[in-house]
Unconditional design. Structure first.
Length: 648
């Protein structure tokens, strides 16, 4: 052990022997002259691991560094008993409660995996428990702590002494429900030995050496270890291969005797080689199975990320998360949201062997709780790590969805505020002129009415009437736009004759219609349209009044109706100055007035055409504007027609 590591071990041993407060002060003496530390604590199912985790957490707090809890899953741990899995789960939860980020890696050499993880993630300090237990498989191999020091010579390693570690704790394998011997594996082993023997007899007839025959049997043992589920078949195949080789290919043949003095050594080497290859094949199969599990769970995590990115709304996020958790654990999953129950009470309830409750939390905000139906079969460490990652992705997706919803609400609020400001500004400007005119004319009539002749009085009455009607139309459009853009409108559709709707609209248009020539052209006088007649009358009134307002006196206005592609097409055309191309894309926008001159001198509020678009769109139609020939503008809107069936 290096001098630096020896001092660290001794220092840490002294810290643990004192009280928690003194330990924190002791480590705090070094924190001032250190950069931000990354501390790694090793997770295990050992009874002493909880103490090691708490010590590492106090160290991370004293150094004001980050804490990572790492579990290395070996092939042997997959067969560990329920008690070890429960203890590992409890230690993992403890690390998370103390602020650690839990990580999981798989491998055969624990010390090497810890050292590699530390190197790749910038770990500055490693906290492990003292282990005097050497490897069972390789008796001459050094203990884990000694090998970890050798693999990570530049990292400070704190070894926590504890009386429990001297009890030679080992992971206990769970009792499998499967029998050690099965008929299928026995048949596979026999077939493998028969094939190896047949090939060896062929080699013997060809005069090949014993080394070639031994290689064939070693190959047979290797195949047996790969195709069977239990390592005992590889061991039995190794022993059987030695006896078969002795019986068939050593002199004297067909006996278990061997006269050559070198054959006992040959048998021993053959047995050891067969056992070694069989054992390695079984271990490689276990590692391949472990890698396949890791790849599958990593794929689930990637699929979760993609699913959450495409999920629209919180319900879709919850559904995608529950599906992925169910795929990962193979268990039923239910996600509770804040509006469904008290989440804190659900998390603070007593642990149950039937259900595991995990929080969906981000930045101190609890978005939900995932309840997993474990039914006495706890989630293993690797599944728990992926599960926590999925829940973290879910919390992040909910946070993003919440931010997007708040941003959208803020944008709508800002738009409403802008509309309100535009409305107030426009009303304050545009209502002042007609109201001033009405009040001024009324005042003149009251004070000087006796001095005015009949013609002057009639002109004043006309001006008051025109201004009041302008105000009435303005208020009607304003209320209609508010209803259409806010709460929406309920259409009362009936089959109406288009001719009658146009005639009704012409009875309510501007008083100055007599100054223009208005004509109606209808290709089908019996054209029935499915519509809300009251609203369509308002559309036609607005379009005709616009044509009167923006064209010179004596201009011609034409209203035409035709049927096209099962739609009624209504056109309102004039021969006025037309609409500039730059105004056409925005002419149906709310409060858009452009710079088009008005013949009567009154400014438009930009409500009429916006209202027309809302009404036509609500009916399932469309409205457009184009240039008329040779000059002028033509507004066209479409409405669905009503099919009429005649029964003779």
């Amino acid at each position: 052990m290096s001098g630096k590591q020896t001092e660290a071990v001794q220092d840490m041993a002294g810290v643990v022997g004192r009280s928690g407060d003194r330990a924190g002060n002791h480590m705090g003496d070094h924190a001032g002259d250190q950069t931000r530390e990354h501390i790694l604590v090793c997770l295990s199912s050992a009874p002493s691991n909880a103490k090691i985790i708490r010590t590492a957490a106090r160290m991370a707090q004293a150094y004001q560094g980050t804490l990572t809890a790492l579990f290395v899953e070996t092939p042997e741990f997959a067969s560990a008993g329920t008690e070890d899995h429960d203890r590992l789960q409890a230690n993992t939860r403890l690390a998370q409660e103390l602020g650690a980020v839990t990580e999981h890696v798989a491998g055969d050499d624990i010390a090497f995996r810890i050292a590699e993880f530390s190197r790749l993630n910038g770990v500055t300090k490693i906290v492990v428990g003292r282990s005097n237990v050497a490897s069972r498989r390789f008796p001459g191999r050094r203990a884990l702590t000694d090998r970890l020091i050798a693999f990570a010579p530049n990292t400070e390693i704190y070894i926590i002494p504890d009386s429990l570690t001297d009890s030679d704790y080992r992971v206990r394998k769970k009792r499998s429900g499967k029998p050690m011997f099965s008929l299928l594996d026995t048949v596979k082993s026999i077939i493998s030995l028969v094939m190896a023997t047949s090939l060896s007899l062929l080699f013997y007839r060809w005069g090949l050496s014993d080394a070639n025959i031994i290689t064939v049997y070693i190959l047979g043992v290797l195949i047996t270890s790969v195709v069977t589920d239990h390592m005992v078949y590889g061991v039995l195949a190794s022993v059987a291969s030695v006896f078969i080789f002795n019986y068939l290919f050593t002199y004297p043949r067909y006996t278990l005797l061997a006269y050559d003095i070198g054959y006992p050594m040959t048998f021993l080497v053959m047995l050891l080689a067969s056992l070694l290859t069989g054992t390695l094949a079984a271990r490689m199969k276990n590692l391949a199975y472990q890698s396949a599990r890791s790849a599958y769970r990593t794929k689930i995590l990637l699929d979760t990320n993609q699913s959450l990115q495409h999920a629209a709304g919180r319900e879709a996020i919850v559904h995608a998360t529950a599906d992925q958790l169910s795929k990962l654990t193979g268990r039923d999953v239910e996600i509770y949201l804040p509006e469904n129950c008290d989440l804190e009470q659900l998390l603070s309830g007593e642990d149950s062997d039937e259900r595991l409750c995990c929080p969906i939390r981000l930045g101190g905000v609890l978005y939900g709780v995932a309840a997993i139906d474990v039914k006495g079969n706890p989630v293993d460490a690797f599944e728990n790590g992926i599960l926590m990652s999925i829940l973290g992705e879910c919390a992040l997706a909910m946070e993003n969805e919440k931010n997007a919803r708040e941003k959208e609400d803020a944008a709508v609020l800002a738009q409403n505020e802008q509309l309100r400001a535009n409305l107030l500004r426009t009303i304050s400007h545009d209502l002042r002129t007609p109201l001033t005119s009405i009040s001024g004319n009324a005042s003149n009539l009251m004070t000087n009415g006796k001095d005015f002749d009949e013609t002057t009085k009639q002109q004043l009455y006309t001006d008051i009437y025109d201004d009041s009607m302008w105000l009435i139309n303005l208020v009607e459009n304003l209320l209609s736009v508010t209803r259409m853009e806010g709460e929406g409108v309920k259409l009362h559709r009936d089959a109406e004759l288009m001719d009658e709707v146009i005639a009704e609209a012409l009875r309510h248009i501007d008083r100055r219609r007599s100054e223009h020539t208005i004509a109606v052209q209808n290709e089908n006088e019996l054209l029935l349209v499915q519509m809300d007649a009251r609203l369509i009358v308002q559309v036609i009134i607005n379009l005709v009044n616009n044509a009167i307002k923006y064209t010179q006196q004596g201009s011609a206005i034409t209203i035409s109706v035709r049927e096209e592609n099962h739609m009624a097409v209504v056109c309102v055309a004039d021969d006025g100055p037309g609409i500039p191309d730059g105004m056409k894309p925005q002419i149906f926008d709310l409060f858009y007035t452009g710079e088009h001159p008005v013949t009567d001198g009154r400014r438009s509020m930009g409500l009429g055409l916006a209202l027309c678009k809302s009404i036509v769109t609500a009916h399932g139609g469309a409205i457009t504007v184009a240039d008329a020939e040779p000059h002028g503008a033509v507004f066209t809107f479409t409405l669905p027609i009503k099919e009429v069936q005649l029964h003779e």
